[in-house]
Design a protein around this ligand. Structure first.
Ligand code: COA
Length: 496
């Protein structure tokens, strides 16, 4: 019951319908909404804003943690509600609106949005729309299945609209650890030295007088849409496990490895799932999302504990985890994304970071975001936060896409998200290239030999040999370097 969850009884006067809450949003507002990888997003106020867009042409700028569930991004884009969106999305309708120039998408490292607002480098939000599982006696907000940027949005906004979602178990209360870095200058270190260190409070300590509306909802998070592991992802996992076993053999790691960070999507989820059949044990995760693979590792006894900012689970795993959440209370901690993705902590803990590339080039530069160099896929997410700062930055991808019309290894990436300086290991189903300590002229032959699909191996070898004849630290045939992408755009395939 809503009355049990809103423990500051004076706030019960603020309970209104979604439409009434949406009417409090002014045209041109900057909205900060909860939600991260389909978890913990506001469920009913955004659709009411969509109706306003259809009826009176409402326009807003929208900031979140990351992508939203329940097709919210798509619905908002279809109604032309948004003029600006940041920092991450993963919706086909919104992708289209971004790529046709209607929505100005600011693709930002996920650890940076709150920090940029705090420093005044981007303007703060004026309204926060936050999903909660409870409001405390003090009027503080207890978030739900993600924390994301919600704490900063709620603390900074002039008004807060709370969606109190009864579909979330109240067992979530106590799992969050909300710590906001101090202002600069003279900021003190963020005191997280172990995965489960608690340094904050389990709620957003807002001024309750800013809560302008509370809307009751009873709608679950929508499930993640990852595909199951397949032969290719099993092979990628196999290469990675062999590599890590060798690191243990060489004495550089123990069988507990270092805390693992694993990116979003089908490939990263499937690769982590492969850790079930490994000699590694007593594992920990310090990651941005916990996908199904995390709970497979908990079940198999491999994983001891995990820190994150969000869940991103299939329907079956979500039902199972949420109905037994009490069992995970001392094993999982939910933090703001500027802490889960914080470079200071990644470097201190020495994370092993596994993220997915759309494509990488013969020197190890990685494109995670732009199809064909121009068209936004999802966004950089947290991959850059981790790639630069962890102990070991690993990028995985299948060696080909689109039935072989696309090679995921190209002469030169057409967009750079992670430069060669931030990339230590690349792996496809063909094999793995350990680039640590290698110069560009050592990297290229290794990548071509170990990672490229046979369909493209001779073509890339020919390119590299001709490039080397021209000289340079990082040799290229510049007039041909992007020709594979040109061929894909003009002739529908890179394979010519
Ligand atoms: N060129 C064009 N399309 C490509 C491609 C390439 N080089 N490589 C893959 N694709 C396409 C696939 O064909 C697939 O298309 P479809 O949706 O039409 O089937 C799509 O990209 C997704 O690829 P998939 O193989 O299913 O991988 P995924 O679900 O693991 O997603 C990313 C891969 C890169 C899109 C995803 O991981 C991502 O958005 N990463 C950036 C953010 C990030 O790393 N966050 C993690 C930080 S914690």
């Amino acid at each position: 019951m809503l009355r049990d969850r809103v423990r500051r009884k004076a706030l019960l006067d603020k309970v209104v319908s979604a439409e009434e809450a949406a009417s409090l949003v002014k045209n041109g507002s900057r909205l900060g909404m909860s939600g991260f990888t389909r978890a913990g997003e506001a469920k009913v106020v955004p659709p009411a804003l969509v109706e306003r867009a259809k009826n009176d042409g409402l326009k807003i700028e929208l900031f979140t943690g990351a992508s939203l569930g329940n097709d919210m991004d798509g619905k908002m884009a279809a109604a032309h509600l948004l003029t600006r969106r940041s920092p991450f999305q993963a919706d086909p309708v919104m992708r289209k609106a971004i790529n046709n120039g209607e929505i100005m998408f600011v693709d930002q490292h996920l650890s940076l949005t709150a920090e940029s607002m705090r420093a005044g480098q981007i303007r703060k939000v004026d309204t926060a729309v936050i999903e909660a599982c409870a409001i405390t006696e003090e009027g503080y907000i207890v978030p739900t299945s993600s924390v994301g940027n919600s704490a900063t949005f709620a603390l900074d906004a002039d008004q807060i609209i709370v969606e109190l979602n009864l579909a979330h178990t109240d067992q979530l209360e106590g799992m969050h650890d909300v710590y906001i870095p101090e202002k600069r200058p003279n900021r003190t270190p963020i005191q997280v030295s172990h995965t489960m260190d608690r340094i904050g409070v389990p709620y957003f300590a807002v001024d309750p007088s800013k809560i302008s509306a509370i809307v009751e909802t009873n709608i679950p998070d929508s499930p993640a849409n990852n595909l199951p592991p397949d032969d290719d992802t099993a092979q990628i996992a196999g290469h990675l496990l062999d590599f890590l076993k060798n690191e243990v053999k060489q004495g550089r790691l123990t069988n507990a490895l270092r805390p693992l960070q694993c990116g979003i999507g089908t490939i990263a989820n499937a690769v982590l799932s492969g850790f079930q059949d490994s000699p590694f044990h007593d594992l920990e995760m310090f990651s941005e999302v916990l996908q199904d693979s995390t709970f497979e590792l908990f079940d198999s006894g491999k994983l001891l504990r995990a820190s994150t900012t969000s869940f991103s689970l299939s329907a079956a795993t979500n039902d199972r985890v949420m109905s037994s959440l009490a069992d995970f209370k001392d094993k999982i901690i939910l933090r703001p994304q500027e802490i889960s993705n914080n470079p200071e902590i990644s470097r201190r803990l020495g994370l092993i970071c596994i993220n997915t590339a759309l494509e990488f080039d013969i020197y190890g530069n990685v494109n995670s975001t732009h199809v064909g160099g121009t068209h936004m896929m999802n966004g950089i997410g947290g991959s850059g936060d981790f790639a630069r700062s962890g102990q070991m930055s690993i990028f995985v991808t299948k060696s080909i896409a689109k039935d072989g019309k696309v090679s995921s290894i190209v002469p030169m990436v057409a967009h750079v998200d992670h430069s060669e300086h931030d990339v230590a290991i690349v792996a496809t189903e063909i094999g793995l290239a350990d680039l640590r300590g290698l110069a560009p002229r050592e990297r290229a032959p290794l990548i071509i030999k170990n990672c490229v699909h046979p369909l493209y191996r001779d073509l890339l070898t020919d390119y590299y040999e001709r490039a080397v004849k021209r000289g340079g630290h990082t040799p290229h045939v510049l007039e041909e370097a992007l020709s594979w992408h040109v061929n894909l755009a003009s002739k529908g395939t890179m394979l010519l």
